[in-house]
Design a binder for this molecule. Structure first.
Ligand SMILES: Cc1cc2nc3c(=O)[nH]c(=O)nc-3n(C[C@H](O)[C@H](O)[C@H](O)COP(=O)(O)O)c2cc1C
Length: 296
């Protein structure tokens, strides 16, 4: 097969008709429909709708100091009503955001200002910048580990970094399975690096994508890549070492069987981590001058 014949399906676009149909459907959902939806699907829809119908518009209006039409908050209100009718907890993180956005929408619609200063990021000092680039540039794939347990707190820190990654349309489909080699010896023997005291398998709850199937398909794997890159960097940042790994079909099937998860959970990729026992030479990467194809 020549390069000319190569068809990269990962870059396919949905047709405009399919997108329109899916968007029409999502906008036609009534309060009763939303209350009846599967909870994961409902929350994924809520995250996407609030993001696209209120969040972006509200910050824009606040920034432009332009009047805000309260009608713009209607879809979020609908989802919050459904949230309450379903009896979902008010301490879930997205609910707090919805409350803030609705409160801010009311203020802006009355010509009042909103205070975004509590959300100002920590000032970036030269030291923080250096630290960031040290982590980015000194991370490398390590394929041998000490026989030493990794504390769960470190694992959770790493997973939090994965969850902090950007996610297409704020769908937030990323899930994990954490496997300790000690508790399931040999489960990953079909991988090309059977070691790794801890294996972190990045999964996706496909119900989140199914609920938002007008969002670009390509985002699905990009979401996984963004999350896993954060994980890989966090592994290095907490003093551990790891290697991002690829499933072969047989390993994928073995894990799927062992994890006994529903079909809507997709196993995408995994990383083996632990206390590193080797310091390989960092892989030379392309120079910017070679990688930039054009500067227009
Ligand atoms: C998507 C992806 C899949 C990878 N799969 C494997 C793998 O199956 N086996 C392996 O030894 N390394 C794997 N790696 C690690 C790469 O070989 C490694 O990142 C690359 O050689 C560059 O080295 P560095 O990570 O030290 O910068 C994978 C990396 C990525 C991003």
């Amino acid at each position: 097969m020549s390069v000319k014949d190569f068809h990269d399906t990962a870059m396919d676009y949905q047709s405009m008709d399919d997108i329109k149909e899916a968007a029409q459907y999502i906008n036609s959902l009534t309060l009763d429909d939303l209350v009846k939806l599967d909870e994961t699907e409902f929350r994924a829809r809520a995250r996407e709708r609030v993001h696209h119908t209120l969040e972006q518009q509200l910050y824009r209006a606040a920034f432009d100091k332009k009047p805000f039409n309260i009608k713009q908050a209607e879809i979020t209100k609908l989802y919050v009503d459904a949230w309450n009718k379903r009896g979902l907890s008010h301490s879930l993180p997205e609910y707090k955001q919805y409350e803030f956005l609705l409160e801010s929408a009311e203020k802006l619609s009355k010509g009042e200002e909103i205070d975004l200063t509590p959300f100002t990021p920590k000032p970036i000092t030269p030291e923080l910048t250096d630290n960031f680039f040290t982590v980015v540039n000194e991370r490398r794939s390590v394929r041998a580990w000490e026989d030493k347990d990794v504390p769960d707190e470190l694992i959770d820190k790493i997973l939090n970094a994965g969850l902090a990654a950007p996610h297409g349309c704020n769908v937030q489909a990323t899930r994990f399975v954490v496997v300790k080699e000690k508790t399931t010896p040999g489960l990953f023997k079909l991988g090309n690096i059977p070691g790794g005291p801890v294996h972190i398998v990045l999964c996706q709850d496909m119900r989140c994508y199914e609920a938002n199937n007008f969002t670009p398909f390509r985002n699905r794997l990009l979401d996984a890549g963004a999350a896993m890159e954060n994980v890989a960097l966090a592994v290095h940042a907490v003093g551990l070492a790891g290697v991002w790994l690829t499933f072969r079909e047989v390993l994928h099937d073995e894990l799927k069987k062992a994890f006994d998860l529903p079909d809507y959970i997709r196993l995408v990729t995994y990383i083996d981590i632990g206390y590193g026992a080797q310091t390989p030479m960092p892989t030379p990467k392309l120079d910017v001058s070679e990688a930039v194809l054009k500067r227009l």
